[in-house]
Structures are given as C-alpha cells and as structure tokens.
Design a binder for this molecule. Sequence first.
Ligand SMILES: *Cc1c(COP(=O)(O)O)cnc(C)c1O
Length: 440
Amino acid sequence: MDKTNDLALCARDRAHLWHPYSSSVAHMPLFAVASASGVRLKLDDGRELVDGMASWWCVIHGYNHPVLNAAIEEQLRDMAHVMFGGLTHAPAVRLAEKLVEITPDGLDLVFFADSGSVAVEVALKMAIQYWHSLGLPGKRRFVALRNGYHGDTLHAMSVCDPVTGMHTLFNGVLPQQLFVSAPAAGFNVPVAQADLRELEQILAEHADELAGLVLEPVVQGAGGMRFYSPDYLRAARTLCDRYQVLLIADEIATGFGRTGKLFACEHAAIAPDILCLGKALTGGYMTLAATLTTHRVATAIGAGEPGVFMHGPTFMANPMACAVSLASIDLLLQSPWQARVAQIEAGLRTGLAPCVDMPQVADVRVLGAIGVVELVHPVDMQRVQPLFVEQGVWVRPFGSLVYLMPPFVIGEDDLATLTEAVCAVVGRLDVEGGFCVPGV
Ligand SMILES: *Cc1c(COP(=O)(O)O)cnc(C)c1O
C-alpha cells in the first residue's frame, strides 16, 4: 500500500474512532500498520519499525509466531467460543491447571475475565464478598499505593494513583479509597522504615473497614514506571496478615517473566491472597485475564450469602484465548527466558547509559526487560512520536517517561537500534522538554 492510502486510512480513522486516551478534536500522530512479524511492525507505507513496546507489555514472543498462530487455528477447528455458564472445555481446564501450577503456592482457584481491568474488578469484588461472607460487611474499602495503576473501569480507577488516575475529574463517582506513599524508589534501595510505619498505621487504624491492600508487586507500571524493594512487599504480606486485610497483587504488567522472575511476587517469596494476571497471558494475541485466589477465600464466599461469586462475563474463558495462552506459557517455559531477559537487561543498561548524564534526564533505571528514561519534563508527543518513527523504532512515551519493554525474543542488534533511538531522540530534547534543534 502506498503513502496516499496510509493517509487516507488515518483520515478515515479520525472521522470515527477513539484511540486510547485520545481526543476526537486535537489529533495526535497516527500510523497505520499493515502487518507485524517477530519484533517488527510494518507500516502501510512500507516502513518497518523495531518494536520497543511489545504492544503494551504483552507480545513477549514477538508477532505472528507460528506456534501461537497454530494454537488458535487448531482451536478454531473445534470451536471459537461457547458460553462458560454450565459448560466447560479442555482449554479452560488445562490453562487453569497450568496457572495454578506456575503461580505462587496457595492460589488454587481461577476466575477468567476478558481484560485486566475486569480482573481487578473481580479481585475487589472477591475481597468484598469474602468479608461479607464472614459476617464483616463493613470491610469493603481498599488501601493502595500512590503511583499505582490498576485499570480504567470505575472501581479499578478508584485504587489507581489519585493524581494520575484523575480522581478529581470523577470526584463523587469513584469510591473513596485510602492511599499510602509509594515505597522508596529503587529495587536495590533498602525499604524505608517510614514507608512501613505509614502502611502499618493505616492498616491498624482502618482494619475494620479494609477489605484489601492492592498493589503492583516490585514494579509500578503505568502509574510511573517505578521499582521498589521486594522487602517492602514481604513486609506488606506480614502486615496484611497481622491486621486481617487481604493482599491483592496486580501482576497484569509484571507477570510472565518481565521483571526477571516468572512473577514479581517471587522476588519476595510471598503469595498474595488474590492475584490478577493479564497482558502477556496470551502472548499478546487476544484479550484474556485471570484472577486467582486461595481455597480460604473461595470457600468462605461459597459458604456465605448468596453462596455464589457474583460475576460472569459473556466471553468468560474464551476457548481460543485459553488455547493461545497455554501455547504461550509452554513456549515461554521451554525457552531460555531467564537468559534472554538477563541479556535484555544488560543491553538496556549499556544502551541507555548515555542518557544518564543528560541534563534533560532525571533518572535512568533498568530491571529485567524494562528500561526507563525519566525526563525532567513531559515530552511533547506531537513532535516526539514521529521522531521515533523516523529512527525506525516504535517507542511510545507517556508523560515524562520514555521506556522500552521489548519482546523477549529481540536480538542484540535490534535492541541496540532501540536504545540508540532513545538516546538520539532524548538527546535532542532540551531541558524544558522542547527541542534543541529548531524545526526538528
Ligand atoms: C494494563 C494494566 C491493567 C489493566 O488491564 P487492561 O487489560 O488494559 O484492562 C491493570 N493493572 C495493571 C498493573 C496493568 O498494567
């Protein structure tokens, strides 16, 4: 397809479509993709971009993977979908068994949902129903970490960071939750005693109204791309037990190897009471999420009123999504993924090092297959996005964060292309977040 068609497609898009966090009035740059394979996106105009985003952390094995394609094609021959009320099927059963096997101990029951936000809603409802069943209906609020991100539906939003989660805009609509400071920044930075005291105080003071503590273990994603000490997570586990509050770990972003462990909870060797999975679950092929919990929580819900867990998505446990998830997990576990993530970590460290001393850069941090360049000021997406495309890469910053989260299968050269592009584009920004070179 030629460039004219590409422009025509984008113009037609703009006439009718919303994009994530977009306006139908002030348009942001838009690029039409014709196909994707391995770590490359092919644009309609023929340009190829090395993908640094894994389509929002999901595509761990790269695009158009023959094994994942085959899993969907095979499942399609049996059935694309069947309702999950009163019916079951092998892909759902096998995937549930697999998830129970690979996640932290004690998480033995699986609820499939259709997106990460819904998995979080399900987790919050499980916690509320758990306490309700135990005769403690007052325990229905949540405490969350500042800088957290847990999804875009209303109750999930209520546990997102109150500032970046735009709680003022939805003031009066969102349930009022409690927040504690984000833990001291840095994976290897010792946990701050003040952070633990703050957490303990809020748990102690509000124990009679708190259903759960919600957090992203070790890596806070879309709320600021922050890393924190596994010791904090370990302490949070202890404190939740002490004050009778459920620990809800949202591993939608961190799950399936991204931080260097299969699940980020493993850094602290803890198991939450409720675990949310999504994003890379299907290898980025389809939308599917899961909420796992313990027999203790599930049994209490079953024994209470109304005796059932009150949720049931229409597309619950979609067979094709389950089949591709199984194939993706097998592919991951059979691959040398730890070595690959370690190689990516090393490549990101060296490749992003030139940014460290730039005055427009506030911080450079790397953990597992996550590389972050935090700028002093937010970037101007209107100008930065096309610059990355000119460099032959797909990198999509948000706010003042330019980050890389490539598919695990990326080779050394492609990774270098990504980090060089980040250094080049960041290098052209001035300290105010504009550009040093006029007209660029
Ligand atoms: C992306 C994300 C969600 C929301 O998932 P969706 O599939 O976009 O609804 C929730 N929590 C975390 C940590 C995420 O990264």
